[in-house]
Ligand binder design. Structure first.
Ligand SMILES: CC(C)(COP(=O)(O)OP(=O)(O)OC[C@H]1O[C@@H](n2cnc3c(N)ncnc32)[C@H](O)[C@@H]1OP(=O)(O)O)[C@@H](O)C(=O)NCCC(=O)NCCS
Length: 174
């Protein structure tokens, strides 16, 4: 069945529905993803342009969160992408990919230089991401390897990516 999907920025009134999508989509009911997202909101650390919901018939069915991040040494504005999820019953219809691409485009339009994420290269590669090491960007956690990715449009930098502390991964700045 074809569904009509609309993407728009997250509004405060969407928060409960966004958390419900994460709870449904992630293992262990999204405990970690919910905690991170709530901590980002509490700290006003989300980046509005990159936080999007996918709507079907007036309900939130997918969401992507973008948050302030840093590069050490500094190399321009950096944003962390994620969590991102789509309700299980609507996965595999292009909604997740559309959310990620739209978020990336909006962030680029706002002058964000590096968008970093931890995820499956099989999904994020086609959405415009490459292994961060291809751009000289070190992951906050070395063992993330090729699963730590940045936007393909990022310049070559010799820097370490640092997430907002809500993620609980404190990179050692070099
Ligand atoms: C990952 C997720 C957001 C993708 O959303 P989706 O709407 O199902 O994805 P799409 O339909 O846009 O898929 C785009 C492409 O990526 C592929 N893909 C989707 N999930 C994938 C995965 N986990 N690994 C590899 N490829 C994946 C699809 O097969 C599709 O390929 P195609 O265009 O060749 O058919 C969704 O499956 C989800 O919510 N998963 C649970 C939560 C999660 O793991 N989030 C990501 C954390 S990094």
């Amino acid at each position: 069945m074809e569904v009509e999907v609309a993407l728009r920025r997250v509004q405060i009134g969407d928060h409960a529905e966004v958390l419900a999508v994460f709870a449904a989509a992630f293992p262990q009911s999204g405990v970690e993803e919910l905690a991170i997202t709530e901590a980002l909101w509490a700290d006003s650390a989300t980046v509005a342009a990159g936080c999007l919901v996918a709507m079907v018939e007036g309900a939130v069915v997918g969401a992507v969160i973008a948050s302030t991040a840093a590069l050490h040494p500094g190399g321009g504005r950096a944003v962390g992408l994620g969590p991102v999820a789509v309700l299980p019953r609507l996965q595999g219809r292009g909604i997740g990919g559309a959310l990620v691409r739209a978020s990336l485009e909006a962030l680029s339009g706002e002058g964000v230089v590096v968008v970093g994420l931890l995820g499956d290269p099989g999904f994020y590669g086609p959405q415009g991401f490459v292994a961060a090491s291809d751009r000289g960007v070190k992951a906050p956690v070395e063992t993330w390897g090729a699963h730590f990715m940045v936007n393909a449009t990022a310049p070559h930098l010799e820097a370490t990516f640092v997430y907002h502390h809500a993620f609980g991964v404190d990179a050692e700045a070099t």
